[in-house]
Structures are given as C-alpha cells and as structure tokens.
Ligand binder design. Structure first.
Ligand code: UD1
Ligand code: CA
Length: 453
C-alpha cells in the first residue's frame, strides 16, 4: 500500500539563537531535515511532503525532491497539517507525520508505525517514549485498560497528568482520510492558543476510532533538537551509531568517540581509523588503508593500502598504496596515482601525480601533470599563478627535480630530466637534459679578516 510522509519543518527554532532555521543545521554534515526525509524514503515512503515556513529560501533547496507546502504563520502542529490538506486529499492510505527536528528516527521504526496501523486497522498510531524527565513533552493519557484517551501538552497538564512519564514523540502514522476529517475540526482553545495536532487523538477516540500508542524501542530516536546542546547530544548518538556499524563491518577504531564519519561514507574492511579523524560527504576508503590521526577527508576516494596521516584531503582521488602526510593539504582535483607520495607540509591542487612519483617535503604543486617515477626535491614549487592566470606545468617520467626549484608555469619539463637544485626554470627542458638556472657560486677569500673580526 502507498504511504506518504509529512514532515513538519516550518518552525524557527528560537532556542538555537540563530539567523539560520533550525532544520537547516547539520548533523555530521547533513541537514537535520534531510536526515528525516532520507529516513522516510528508506522506510519506503517515496512520496514526501515538507511543510516549510521559517527560512524557507534556505530550507527548500534541502528538500528539493519533496512536495513543498508553505505554512506562512506557525499557528501550531495541527495548523501545519491543515496547510498540507490539499496535497493529502490527492492521496490515500497511510501518512507518517514526522518532525524536521527529530533526525535520529530510524527507517525501521517508521516502517513499524505504518505496518502497525495497517495490521490493526487503526485511524492513528502514536509513537511514544517513556521519558526520565517528561517535562516539556505532551503526555499520553491512557484509560485503566491501557487504551489511549488523549495527549495533553505540558502547559495544559493537571498535576496528575504532569506525573505521567509516557510522552508523545510527535511522530505518528494516520489513515489519510481520517486525519483530514479530524484536522478540519481542530480549534485553538488551549494554553498556547495553537492548533494542536495532538487534539485529533482525543477526538478520534471519542468517536470510537481505533487509536494505538506504541513505545519506541530506543528513546534516542525520539529526541527532538531545540538547542545547540541537544544538537551536540544528537550528533554524538549518530556518531556512535555510524561508527558501530563500521566497526561491526570490519573497521578498526582506537576510539570511536574521536572519529566522525558522515552517513554516506563507505569504508572497506580492515581499514584502521585513528583518533581525531573526520570523513565526510561521498568519501570512500579501500581495504587495508590507515587514516589519521588528525585527518579530514571530504568527498574523496581513497584506494586500498593507503596511509593518510595528519592531513586534509578534499575532492580528490588516491589510487592504491598512496602515502600522504604527515601534514599534507590535498585540495580539490588531485589524482594521486598508485604508490605515489605527498609528504610533509606539501600542498597539491588540481594535479596528477603519476605512478610511484614522490613529492616528499615542503612543496606546492598546482595545475601540474606529473609522469611516473618522478622525484620532487624538498622546497620545490610550481609557480602556477602569474597574478592574472593559472598556468600549467608538465613533468615527464623519471625526472628528478632538485631541491628548491621554482618551475615558472607555463612550462614543460621532459622525461628523464635532471634539474639542478636551486634552479628557477622558466623555459621548457627537453627529454634527457640537465636544466640548471642559478647564479654561479663565488667564494671571496679573506672575508673574515676584511670585516675586522
Ligand atoms: C510537539 C507535540 C508534543 C510532543 C513534542 C515532541 C503538539 C501540539 N505537541 O510539541 O505533544 O511531545 O512535539 O517533540 O504537536 N511546526 C510547524 N508548524 C507549526 C508548529 C510546529 O511546522 O505551526 C513544526 C516545528 O518546526 C517542529 C515540529 O513541528 O519541527 C514540532 O513543533 P514544536 O513547536 O516543537 O512542538 P512541541 O511544542 O515540541
Ligand atoms: Ca519541539
């Protein structure tokens, strides 16, 4: 049966103390609302409706693959659903209502809500949690025989109701036509003057409709983010969830508390990730590689048996057996071919470093195509920028560039070339030549005596 997800994400998130809307904040590099959309899709809801309001220009591009409806004024969760009534009335079956600020919800829990509603023929299933500290949440009030009677918001609670610790997670599965019928009847006669979505529950119960409340297996899934403190707590939860998954799949971590891996990162077995390492975006790491300590890799492909030590790698590709760092900065567009090396305090940008070629110490290489088996001496750089344009350098196979060489681009250095240390190379060097461009050394005898020392 078709199921739709409805994601409430119109609120401002006042307690984040930010000009940015709350649901656009990121957890491990992915916006909060995106976590919720992706969880819904993974649970089988390909049809997602997002309710946006506050900061819509920022949030809308984050949910571009969903149907967006606008709630100009945030008059409550019930009002939010009313704004989606037109869209919902085009659909039938189940709708799962989720919150854009509850990013820890798991796809299997969403699937469970849908199948429970369908198997029990219920008008609504409410996901609840037993909270240690229920303050602030809506309380789920049950009758003596355990049936749900109503949900009462914190500000509307009697003392007895406030003592209940079963709380509304704010996530539900409804039959669409039942939801539409009851949402249209909502009023706002309550402590906050809001249209509460939660009031549809008691209205359904009064009309003899079947309403089920089901307790979430893991409370962290129901965690809502209202402050940056809670954002950090949720990030910690997700960090450990992701790291546990990788460790169980054969990845070693000395300390999973000190490794941050984005949700889409792929890591092969027998990879070792040392402390203070951050792997984000579409990064992948091949078997046997060792990453870290103190390394950040974003949107990059790292091959098998590579070593990336104390380095930053952005939008680049490493073939197998690459050795990087400590303290290399690999900027976008680098291809490190098999067995190549970017060593200590080396910066490389938009360049190919051929098979087995080495840039071991203190170099800048930019806009360069380097052949195989090249050795770049310490302190050598490509002068790729003339103040106006970026210019290319090519270096042939097996060429040896002496230390402290400036290669002033555009320039071509051939195969099997030797460049004398300290040269400033401004002209092309043909295959097999020695290129040398430096002032001849002069020794002035008796200098110490002359200075009177
Ligand atoms: C809501 C529930 C409460 C539950 C809690 C769980 C109601 C009335 N109360 O309370 O029972 O325990 O969630 O976290 O539903 N939103 C809109 N438009 C609005 C109002 C809210 O899109 O007009 C969005 C918010 O951006 C947020 C979500 O709905 O993503 C929840 O709204 P919020 O105001 O935080 O509800 P709570 O008071 O926390
Ligand atoms: Ca909330």
């Amino acid at each position: 049966m078709q199921s739709t997800a409805l994601i409430m994400a119109a609120g401002s998130g006042t307690r984040m103390k930010s000009s940015k809307p709350k649901v656009a904040f990121e957890m491990l590099g992915k916006p909060l609302v995106r976590w919720v959309v992706d969880a819904a899709k993974e649970a089988g809801c390909q049809d997602v409706i997002s309710i946006l309001g506050h900061g819509r220009d920022i949030v809308e591009p984050l949910v571009a693959d969903t149907t967006v409806v606008v709630q100009e004024q945030q008059l409550g969760t019930g009002h939010a659903v009313m704004m989606a009534a037109d869209e919902l009335s085009k659909r039938s079956g189940s709708v799962v209502v989720l919150s854009g600020d509850c990013p820890l919800i798991e796809p299997k829990t969403i699937e469970g809500l849908i199948s429970e509603r369908q198997s029990k023929g219920a008008a609504a299933v409410v996901l609840t949690q037993i909270a240690d500290d229920p303050f602030g949440y809506g309380r789920v009030i049950r009758s003596e025989n355990g049936d749900v009677v109503k949900i009462v918001e914190q500000k509307d609670c009697s003392p007895e109701e406030a003592a209940v610790n079963e709380c509304n997670s704010g996530m539900y599965c409804f039959d669409i036509s039942e939801l539409l019928e009851y949402v249209s009847k909502l009023g706002n006669d309550n402590a906050q003057g809001e249209y509460y979505l939660t009031d549809v529950i008691s209205m359904m119960v009064q009309d003899g409709k079947k309403v089920v409340a089901t307790v979430v297996a893991d409370n962290s899934e129901a965690m809502g983010i209202n402050t940056r403190v809670q954002l950090a707590q949720a990030t910690k939860q997700m960090q450990l969830r992701i790291n546990t998954r990788h460790m169980l799949a054969g990845v070693t971590m000395w300390d999973p508390q000190q490794v941050w891996i984005g949700p889409d990162v792929q890591i092969a077995q027998d990879v070792e990730i040392l402390p203070l390492s951050i792997l984000m975006g579409s990064t992948s790491v091949g078997e046997g590689s060792v990453i870290g300590p103190n390394t950040r890799i974003v949107d990059s492909k790292i091959g098998c048996n590579c070593k990336v030590d104390e380095s930053v790698v952005l939008e680049s590709v490493f073939d197998d057996g690459v050795n990087c760092g400590p303290r290399a900065y690999i900027r976008p567009g680098v291809h490190m071919c098999e067995g190549s090396k970017a060593g200590t305090h080396v910066e490389i940008k938009k360049s190919t470093i051929g098979k087995g070629s080495k840039v071991p110490h203190l170099s800048y290489i930019g806009d360069t195509t380097m052949g195989e088996g090249v050795n770049i001496g310490a302190g050598s750089i490509t002068c790729n920028y003339d103040g106006v344009n970026k210019n290319p350098t090519t270096i042939g196979d097996r060429t040896f560039v002496g230390s402290d060489t400036m290669m002033v681009a555009p320039v071509n250095i051939g195969d099997d070339v030797v460049i004398g240390a300290g040269s400033t190379i401004t002209k092309n060097v043909p295959d097999g030549a020695l290129g040398i461009a430096r002032a001849k050394q002069t020794n002035i005898e008796g200098y110490k005596k002359y200075k009177g020392r």
